[in-house]
Design a protein around this ligand. Structure first.
Ligand SMILES: [Ca+2]
Ligand SMILES: [Ca+2]
Ligand SMILES: [Ca+2]
Length: 277
């Protein structure tokens, strides 16, 4: 092969490498700081929530509401309920339209300033509601408002704290962690196996960032740089637009770079052929 042909091939390879790097570096950076699925709400949804009440809301309890609401499908009907404590000494559960859920509210011995946590604490596949009360006790209720066997459990003073659910000792079983005005932090064993899906609202304000947002369906895994490179070459040789899961912008960038790569390759091929012939 002539030196000019080798040079053309080398230049083409370098151009291809440069284009792939230009595409994959921003994607690699985005994977280092992924946007949580829970933040993916539209500006329209946020604006509407601030300006007007949802149909059926607000709803009344019997006193002040210091507790923060927790969301979950506590009755298994596929719709979210809203669970919250009240200073009327009760725990309330509302349907999405503001009506009181069947079996609720349920009483405790004093104000419920604690915020509920929702999880499957007994391993039966159904959600339970765990919440503290100023009657010194931690309560656990089934989705229909009945009390879970073995609960409530008592501390030595008010339980203003909000329970947190998780496997704190790595044994695959759930623990309930909660503080008390008696200066202690308690961790109660539960028979339920721990899983993220089994505890959709495991703590105050839902998650470690205290977003208070119920998780949206996952957008799916982000494409790796190698996947993107492969898609580019597929688009180059088959003339297809690559389908990625990071939105239209990335799709357009990938398609544009694919076209550029194809153009460079064709140009290099023509130049090389002229040299050889
Ligand atoms: Ca429901
Ligand atoms: Ca359960
Ligand atoms: Ca555990």
């Amino acid at each position: 092969m002539k030196s000019s042909a080798r040079n053309a091939l080398l230049i083409t390879a370098l151009l291809l490498l440069l284009l792939i790097l230009v595409l994959t570096i921003p994607i690699a950076k985005s994977q280092q700081n992924p946007i949580p699925a829970t933040f993916l709400t539209t500006p329209t949804q946020q604006t509407t929530a601030k300006q007007t009440n949802a149909a059926g809301w607000p709803v009344q309890t019997g006193s002040c509401v210091d507790s923060s609401p927790a969301l979950g499908d506590i009755d298994g009907d596929g719709q979210l309920e809203i669970v919250v404590g009240s200073d009327d000494s009760r725990v309330w559960a509302f349907n999405g339209n503001g009506s009181v859920a069947a079996g609720w509210p349920v009483g405790t011995g004093s104000w419920v300033t604690s915020s509920p946590a929702l999880g499957d604490i007994d391993g039966d596949g159904q959600l339970e509601i765990v919440v503290g009360s100023l009657d010194w006790c931690v309560y656990a209720f089934n989705g229909n408002g009945s009390t879970v066997t073995g609960w409530p459990v008592s501390t030595l003073n008010w339980v203003e704290s909000s329970p947190a659910l998780g496997d704190i000792d790595g044994d695959g079983q759930l623990e309930i962690v909660v503080g008390s005005y008696d200066h202690n932090v308690y961790a109660f064993n539960c028979p339920g196996s721990y899983s993220v899906g089994g505890s959709p609202w495991p703590k105050f304000h839902h998650d470690e960032r205290n977003t208070g947002l119920y998780p949206l369906p996952s957008p799916g895994p982000s494409p790796s740089p190698s996947d993107v490179s492969l898609l580019l070459f597929v688009s180059l040789f088959l003339g297809m637009q690559p389908q990625l899961q990071q939105g239209n912008t990335l799709m357009l960038v990938a398609a544009g770079v694919g076209v550029m790569v194809a153009a460079v390759a064709v140009l290099a091929f023509v130049l090389l052929r002229r040299r050889i012939v």
